[in-house]
Structures are given as structure tokens and as C-alpha cells.
Ligand binder design. Structure first.
Ligand code: GAP
Length: 454
């Protein structure tokens, strides 16, 4: 089987599901869209927040050696001159002499237009930073760039972090935020866009220990994906050959994922050495040195940087979760999200729209809503509502039937096993909290009734 065929879902199916269920829409949809820009819908935004939250928790909150930051998108242009972006953040562009489509030369395997087979122009370099102007006058002195990465905001804040963060090396600064790149070609859904989000951190280390920390972070980052239910068979490390390294990097290893269009970069981990801090120190005249009070040395730290596109992570989690399972005479489409990532944790579904049942179900919904992202749905047949929640990746549905009115019990239906268990309404919240945290609180004795495990 080819590597392409091994992806769990085709791009067409993924895009269709995302649009149908309110995960992701083309930007400016009613005007025909805007190439390389996407909008997250009501379900997509919950997924996005959960992905960012899972990263922030693992990288910032659960560690003692990390500081968070949120820097501005627009920065002094001198930042981008010093960083090398004004001169080097360029892609080789070729244009078809026949149909005038433009291509990134690196993406082409043959020297002809992939669309019409026409002859291509010579390569020219194209800076992919978006330019705009600050203030009312559009002149060279007022040019500013939309940041193409969040990293520079962290480098230039290194002295602030040192003076206020009370950290000793090694420590890191982490940030999440929008980035913009005027990509020559976009495509493969949200994989390569012109406006996207990055989550990345700069880990400052003593020179000489950088390779050790680089290896450490490659391992840690791999573990993060696996913990969130990505099969390690779908992840592969790609160490960059020396001649292909970015202008700032001593070494780079990508974590590649098996996307529907094949193996491609999910996250890059770079050893940026002291390049960035030294560049900014020289250009600003400000010291970027660290004083090591144990060895009494002054030095400019080296930096290890794991950098991940939020949207690429979302695409990988969607692909990984996607499954089509035979169910009676039909196919059940289900997203097996890790509970931490699932956009909706619980759906409350009364069996019918009879007033006494919906009132009972709404009380349960109101009680659960402050604890989890919960949906209430009383439309259509129960089977169709389960299918809908499966496609949203909701781990648990709570079903209320007429017997519930008598015995004060509700049914929890599990997304993955489709098992149904009956629990006292008073125990619903605690049960769901425990189950979402990965505990199995219930046993399923013969006969199908469920009791809480003692
Ligand atoms: N600060 C380092 C840096 O920006 P990068 O490899 O250029 O490194 C980091 O970008 C990550 O951002 C990539 O691994 C990828 O996940 C994501 N990314 C880059 N360009 C993107 C684009 N046009 N659309 C969506 N995600 C992108």
C-alpha cells in the first residue's frame, strides 16, 4: 500500500465533514472565499481552544521552567531586519508563461507547469512577509510587517523575562498567536494557509548543552502527540540535511505526520544557537547576556525551539480521530477524539419531545453545562442524534427516557464502544467527570445493568 493510501481519511471527506458539522468554513464564504484563509465554526473553535489549552497545559502550566507571553503582532521593522527576515524570508517563485499561474519552485518535481504543462519562467525570490503601514501616511518609513512567526516577540523580550521571571537557565518562553505568510501556493485545506496560528517556545540553554536539550525536546514533543491519541505509526522524524537548514539553524528535526496528502511537516524543532539573541543585541545595542551566578560566567544562551502550527495540529487530530465503522446496514462516521480535545464533551438527548421529558432533560443539561461543554438536542430520531454526536466526536451522550421520570436514572451512551449504561441522575456529573478523565467507574454485569464500582 502506498503511504498516501494509508491515511485514515481522504481530504475530500475531511473537508466535507468539517463544513457539514461546523468545524471549519472557507473565509468570506458568501463572496467565494479568500485563498489560504479559513474560519472556525461553532464546533471548530471549541476544538481549537482545546488543542491550544492542551499544549499550554503541557508546556507552561505543568512545568516549572517555562514563562508564558503574548506579544504584539505588529513590531518595530528593525526586528525583522535584525532577524534576517527582510533579506532571507523568501521563497523561490516561478510563473507559467502560458497560464500565468505561480508556483513555489521547491514544490515542483518537474520543470513545467503542473496545471497546463507550460514552460516556466526563471526562479525569482519572493518575500512572503505581508507588509502594511502604521499611521495615516503610506511611506517607506511607516512600513510594518504582519509577523510570520511569534518567535521574534519572545527573543526581544528575553531581557524582560530575565528581569521579571526569576528563572535560571535552562528555561523557556512560550507563546501562541496568529502568524501571516503570503504563501505563493496554499492548499491541502488548513495545512498551508496565509493566516494561521503558531504555538512555539524558545528554550534558553547554556551553550554546549544545546544538543542534549534538542534531543530531549524532540522526545517530549513526540510524547505529547501520542498522549493525545495520535498513533505513533503516523508520526515520523525527519532530520533536515545541513544544506537545507534555515538561515538561523544549526540543526532541525521535523515531526512529520501522515496527512491525507502524504507525510508532511507537523512541527519543527530547531537548534537556533545564539543567532537570534546576538542579532538583536547587535542591532539594538542592548545586552542579551545571561549571568550564570553558579559559574560566574556571562554568556549569550543557545536556543532550542519547538514550533507547531495550531491549524496543522487540528488537521492531524481530525485525521487521526476519523473513522468509518460498519453499523448494521450503514456506515457510522465517528471522530474518536481524545476526551481533552473533544469539542463537545456531553450531549443531553431526551428520547422524545414530550413536555415532561424535555423539562426533565433540560434540568440535567442546566446542571451539567457549567462543568463541560454540553449540547442539548431534542430534534430528529435518537439514532440520527447519536450519529450527529459521533461525527462531532462527543464522547458521551446522556439519554433521558420515560423510565427516567420514574426511577430518576439516565443512560450514558459511550461514543467509542456504543455501550449504554444506566446511572442515577444524582451520580451523572461525577460519573462523567471521572470518565472524561479516563477512569472507568462502571462494571457491566450480565444482564446489562450497571452499578458503580465500589
Ligand atoms: N519560529 C519558527 C517557525 O516559524 P516554521 O517551520 O516556519 O518555523 C512553524 O513554522 C510551524 O508553523 C510549522 O511546523 C507548521 O506547523 C506551521 N506553519 C508554517 N507555515 C504554515 C502555513 N502557511 N500554514 C499553516 N501552518 C504553517
Amino acid at each position: 500500500m502506498s503511504e498516501k493510501a494509508a491515511s485514515k481519511v481522504s481530504l475530500e471527506k475531511l473537508v466535507s465533514l468539517c463544513q457539514r458539522r461546523g468545524f471549519i468554513f472557507p473565509s468570506s464564504d458568501i463572496y467565494g472565499g479568500l485563498s489560504g484563509c479559513w474560519d472556525y465554526g461553532p464546533v471548530g473553535i471549541e476544538l481549537k481552544r482545546n488543542v491550544k489549552e492542551a499544549w499550554w497545559r503541557a508546556i507552561v502550566q505543568e512545568r516549572d521552567d517555562m514563562l508564558g507571553l503574548d506579544t504584539s503582532i505588529l513590531m518595530n521593522s528593525k526586528v525583522w531586519e535584525a532577524s534576517g527576515h527582510v533579506t532571507s524570508f523568501k521563497d523561490p517563485l516561478v510563473e507559467c508563461k502560458n497560464c500565468h499561474l505561480r508556483w513555489k519552485a521547491d514544490d515542483l518535481t518537474e520543470n513545467k507547469c503542473p496545471s497546463c504543462g507550460g514552460e516556466l519562467t526563471e526562479e525569482r525570490l519572493f518575500n512572503t512577509m505581508f507588509k502594511t503601514f502604521i499611521g495615516p501616511v503610506e511611506e517607506n518609513a511607516s512600513i510594518v510587517y504582519l509577523r510570520p512567526e511569534t518567535a521574534q516577540g519572545m527573543f526581544v523580550n528575553f531581557p524582560n523575562a530575565l528581569s521579571t521571571g526569576r528563572k535560571r537557565l535552562p528555561f523557556g518562553i512560550a507563546q501562541q498567536g496568529k502568524a501571516f505568510r503570503n504563501e505563493i501556493t496554499t492548499g491541502n485545506f488548513i495545512f498551508r494557509s496565509r493566516e494561521f496560528e503558531i504555538m512555539e517556545f524558545e528554550y534558553f540553554v547554556k551553550p554546549g548543552t544545546d544538543e542534549k536539550w534538542f534531543d530531549y525536546w524532540v522526545e517530549e514533543r513526540l510524547k505529547w502527540y501520542i498522549r493525545l491519541s495520535i498513533d505513533k505509526k503516523h508520526l515520523k522524524l525527519y532530520p533536515h540535511p545541513k544544506e537545507k537548514l534555515a538561515h538561523y539553524a544549526r540543526s532541525t528535526t521535523d515531526i512529520n505526520y501522515l496527512f491525507p496528502h502524504g507525510w508532511a511537516e507537523l512541527e519543527g524543532i530547531a537548534n537556533r544557537t545564539d543567532f537570534d539573541l546576538k542579532q538583536h543585541s547587535a542591532a539594538s545595542g542592548k545586552s542579551m547576556e545571561y549571568f550564570d551566578d553558579e559559574t560566574k560566567e556571562h554568556y549569550v544562551p543557545y536556543i532550542v525551539e519547538p514550533s507547531l502550527g495550531v491549524d496543522r495540529a487540528i488537521m492531524a487530530f481530525l485525521c487521526e480521530a476519523y473513522d468509518e465503522e460498519p453499523d448494521k446496514d450503514e456506515i457510522r462516521v465517528v471522530l474518536h477524539f481524545h476526551p481533552d480535545l473533544a469539542p463537545i464533551k456531553v450531549a443531553v438527548l431526551p428520547l422524545s419531545r414530550k413536555e415532561n421529558l424535555t423539562a426533565f432533560a433540560k434540568d440535567i443539561y442546566t446542571a451539567l453545562k457549567p462543568c463541560f461543554t454540553t449540547q442539548y438536542d431534542d430534534t430528529q430520531s435518537i439514532g440520527r442524534r447519536y450519529r450527529r454526536q459521533d461525527e462531532l466526536g462527543t464522547p458521551y451522550c446522556v439519554t433521558i427516557d420515560f423510565q427516567s421520570l420514574e426511577d430518576n436514572m439516565a443512560t450514558i451512551r459511550e461514543r467509542d464502544s456504543m455501550n449504554q449504561i444506566r446511572v442515577p441522575v444524582a451520580a451523572l456529573k461525577d460519573t462523567l467527570v471521572a470518565k472524561l478523565a479516563g477512569e472507568d467507574l462502571f462494571i457491566l454485569p450480565e444482564g446489562g445493568k450497571i452499578w458503580k464500582q465500589e
